[in-house]
Design a protein around this ligand. Structure first.
Ligand SMILES: O=C(O)CCC(=O)C(=O)O
Ligand SMILES: [Fe+2]
Length: 201
């Protein structure tokens, strides 16, 4: 596995996972899931998204990938990042500044995320912290160069992983969701939450 990829297997117990899901659902009532679209091609992502925090990641055909302070559909500010999520950053990120973006990814059982690098942040020294909830998924990760050898790891509900150092620059994605592998969400599907620092502190 890549240098700088840190996996905290089952970091959140079932009660903590359930509490976090409740907080996420609350966020989604004020900032509903939207359908991001790839720049140029105009192709929709199969993952639907929302955000919490001062900045949210959005993408559409004309404007491309970016962070912005307001929801692209409702035009209202994103809700604050729930404490249940912030506390995971404070415990594990080993970074002095607070995260500014909490991206909420919703994967239906047939959704995937193609190999990509996270490069839209001005602060690339901060780690990316990712929390998996609900159905397990096959995560793939490898060096930045296209065509380089990759490795896959199954991410399960309650797992927290960090992309630090060389892994911060990795190409990674979700090959597939193992629909029905968890009962946490009371329905098939997966939630992934990522915390990021956007601006240089
Ligand atoms: O869903 C995941 O585990 C990965 C998400 C991801 O790579 C991203 O949001 O940039
Ligand atoms: Fe990513």
């Amino acid at each position: 596995m890549m240098d700088g990829f840190k996996l905290h297997r089952a970091y959140l117990d079932r009660a903590a996972q359930a509490a976090m899901v409740k907080d996420i659902r609350e966020c989604l009532t004020s900032a509903p899931l939207f359908q991001p679209v790839m720049p140029r091609t105009g192709k929709s992502f199969s993952v639907r998204m929302s955000n919490a925090g001062p900045f949210g990641w959005v993408s559409d055909k004309a404007g491309g990938y970016r962070y912005q302070a307001r929801h692209p559909v409702t035009d209202t500010p994103w809700p604050p990042i729930p404490d249940s999520i912030l506390s995971v950053w404070r415990a594990l990120a080993d970074y002095d500044a607070e995260p500014e973006a909490c991206l909420i990814n919703w994967y239906a059982p047939d959704a995937k995320m193609g190999l990509h690098r996270d490069t839209d942040e001005d602060d690339r020294d901060a780690p990316v912290l990712s929390i998996s909830l609900g159905d397990s998924a096959v995560f793939r990760i490898g060096p930045p160069e296209k065509g380089a050898k990759t490795a896959s790891v199954k991410l399960e509900s309650g797992d927290v992983c960090l992309l630090t150092g060389p892994a911060r620059e990795s190409r990674h994605g979700i090959d597939r969701v193992l629909g029905g592998s968890s009962t946490l969400l009371n329905a098939p599907g997966r939630i992934n939450v990522t915390l990021r620092r956007v601006s240089v502190p």
